[in-house]
Design a protein around this ligand. Structure first.
Ligand code: FES
Length: 110
């Protein structure tokens, strides 16, 4: 299980135009890399680090509510971060998202 830290401040990380429906978009919040996913207009945020070999999930693809890692094919549920396909077993962290106007905010845990 991914260790949950206390949430801190909201950080503006992107605009909605940068993460269109069906797409992934990688951003950085401090030292933390996050991948945004737009599922039919709803934005989700996950740690941008596959739990298999720590490679960026933002290089992969979004299919329905799953993000697929381009490197070895692991899949993760975009809402929960749960690994749904081997070779990944462990989940990835998820983050709260808020949309304000045309901007995407993520609640940092750093
Ligand atoms: S690094 Fe993602 S499946 Fe191997």
């Amino acid at each position: 299980m991914v260790e949950q830290k206390d949430p801190k401040d909201w950080t503006r990380v992107a605009t909605l135009d940068q993460c269109l429906p069906g797409n992934l978009f990688g951003v950085q919040v401090g030292s933390l890399k996050i991948v945004l996913a737009n599922v039919d207009g709803t934005i989700y945020a996950l740690e941008d680090q596959c739990s298999h070999q720590d490679l960026p999930l933002s290089d992969g693809y979004l299919e329905d509510d799953q993000v697929e890692c381009i490197y070895h094919g692991a899949r993760f549920n975009i809402c929960t971060g749960t690994a749904t396909s081997l070779p990944a077993i462990k989940p990835v962290a998820t983050f709260n998202v808020d949309i304000r106007g045309g901007d995407i905010y993520v609640q940092s845990v750093e």
